[in-house]
Design a protein around this ligand. Structure first.
Ligand code: ZN
Length: 177
């Protein structure tokens, strides 16, 4: 049983958002196409309380983003919500970064309940939450494939996307174009 994990395709990570990933909304079409073929689709949302530890105001690395209940935290309106079977909210604990969809969430239990043994991963951003989610999926014993055409990177430092791909491949994650 395969599942698609759509990581954090939220307004704040798309152009115009608080922490926009360059070209982030370009993943929407690919995500919808993949979701229409997938038997089970889980979307994660970065879902931070106000004053989350990852925010610059708290000394963290990022501007405030994806605050629970705000428009910026909603899934991009182009995502076909009718194809999403479950939404998993992450990053709710104030002290943890919450990059991975598996960190402090019910995602692993949800996948096991549905007999999932392989996951396709798409979404934002390749060098942070997609990478962390893929590595945790691999650690959970799943077959993991990351789809590059359905993800975009932040690239705080040039080359971060390629380094993320190398790290994923070294961990046994398949990365396809
Ligand atoms: Zn975040």
């Amino acid at each position: 049983m395969r599942a698609l994990i759509v990581v954090d395709v939220q307004n704040d990570f798309c152009p115009g958002g608080a922490l926009a990933v360059p070209d982030g909304d370009a993943v929407v079409e690919a995500v919808n196409r993949m979701a229409s073929d997938a038997p089970f689709v889980v979307a994660t949302r970065d879902w931070h309380p106000p004053g989350h530890g990852s925010f610059a105001e708290q000394g963290g690395p990022w501007p405030a983003h994806c605050v629970q209940g705000t428009p910026g935290a909603e899934l991009h309106p182009g995502i076909d919500a009718t194809q999403i079977d479950a939404i998993v909210d992450k990053g709710q604990a104030a002290e943890t970064e919450g990059y991975s969809g598996f960190e402090g969430t019910e995602l692993e239990r949800l996948l096991r309940e549905h007999g999932v043994d392989a996951v396709d991963i798409a979404g934002l951003a390749l060098d942070y939450c997609v990478k962390a989610t893929a590595l945790d999926a691999k650690r959970a014993g799943l077959d993991v494939t990351v789809h590059r055409d359905a993800t975009r990177a932040v690239e705080v430092s040039p080359g971060d996307a390629e380094r993320a791909v190398e790290e994923l491949r070294a961990a046994g994650v398949e990365v396809v174009d």
